[in-house]
Design a protein around this ligand. Sequence first.
Ligand code: FAD
Length: 467
Amino acid sequence: MPSTAVVWFRRDLRVHDHPALAAAAEGHDRVVPLFVLDERLLHGRFESGPRTAFMLGSLRALDAELRRRGGALCVRSGRPEEVVAQVAAAVGAEAVHWTSDVSPFARRRDDAVTAALRDAGVHGRPHGGNHCADVSLPRTKAGRPMTVFTPFWKAWERLERRDVLAAPERIRLPPGLAPGSLPDGPRLEDELPAPFCAPGEPAGRAALDAWLDGPVDRYADRHDDLIGGTSGLSPHLRWGSISAREVEARARERGGEGAAAFVRQLAWRDFYAHVLLMHPGNARLEFQARYRDLQWDDDDELLQAWCDGRTGYPLVDAGMRQLAASGWMHNRARMVVGSFLTKNLHLDWRRGEWWFGRMLLDGEPAQNNGNWQWIASTGVDPAPYFRRMFNPVLQQQKFDPGGVYVRRWVPELAGVPDDRLAEPWTMSAGQQRAAGCVIGRDYPEPVVDHAIERRAALERYRAAGSA
Ligand SMILES: Cc1cc2nc3c(=O)[nH]c(=O)nc-3n(C[C@H](O)[C@H](O)[C@H](O)COP(=O)(O)OP(=O)(O)OC[C@H]3O[C@@H](n4cnc5c(N)ncnc54)[C@H](O)[C@@H]3O)c2cc1C
């Protein structure tokens, strides 16, 4: 009697370096690659048309990779704790393999599936595969979970690594299995005017090859370049269309200063996964209890201006428009718009997290939450709040001195001279006319005064911190 296993795919949409798939293919005669469309996720707290479209594209690519190896993706809809056990029973599976995850939602879901499988007499087998290393392991000398990046990184460097795995050569489905089908939409090109990248494993692997073939060497010096300085791999890492472990291994193989700096960023990804795994309450609340009473304003108009990229601060607006158009934003711009939301508009970081969660192709709970709490100065890896309070004008002058990024995303500023581009409201009426950009008509007045609101934010943080 041939043995059968189910591989339950979630955010690990690839065939290369996939420990759960490799274990199923090695240990069993037949394998059922399963994906469960879960309405709670598709229409949950961070419902996202762009990300759903990217996921569907990644799933189509996964189906093609599986078919090339004799298999197919089996698609079902419903609650995983019911559907996974039903499929396992229907195909007579001995085991269900999956890649473990860290968010509170994912862990509750996995516990429910494990219990349902136990009741059905099927083994539930979680594997690593989403991160470079086992993010559950690092501890401080006192045996506590880690909350500061640098010691985490040093501990992470010493953690054992598993070998990078080849894709299975053949996938044998049980006879008579009906694969089911993926919904037609939403499609990426309908959701975003200028999608940041194409979904799916072949696109992810091609992007990784291209990155490691040269640009990575300049990463240490160029990662703050708002165009082209970084790998752009985050949507593929988010959906697992490339494996973080393989990315790390290949970058280390490449070697050099750029690759080392790049690998350190992958450690940030593992760090925030560790943090959310160890502190699930962070998903809703400030990690630092003293900031849970921080006073936030409740101004929907300001929030809307920020989401639309109409704040009157060109770098902020360029970042927000890049996000809305492409589903991605450069990290430097994310920090600037995050600081602006929390420390100039005084809006709750959760509102920024929500909007990013809706729009980012790479949006995921651990990274989005960890980074929002970082920029709001409420999270782990603490630094005095005034250190993460960015001046959008100075940031633009430093990181986009020629205005290429701002002009790309805020075309109404195209004719503004370089020396006014970070503060277009300082142009005289004549200069505005000459630039074809009248402030208040073609481009908004600044919605707030950075210097004034910075002082107000300092006051609020000081008050909350000493309460
Ligand atoms: C407010 C805010 C929200 C963010 N939300 C997310 C999110 O939802 N998902 C997400 O993947 N990243 C998030 N980031 C982190 C970072 O901006 C992106 O990972 C990065 O811009 C992705 O671009 P890249 O792939 O070109 O990065 P590269 O610079 O090429 O870095 C390589 C990889 O390292 C990881 N990495 C880099 N920087 C960080 C970081 N600060 N934190 C964690 N991992 C990092 C990413 O996986 C990235 O793909 C957020 C940052 C901020 C400031």
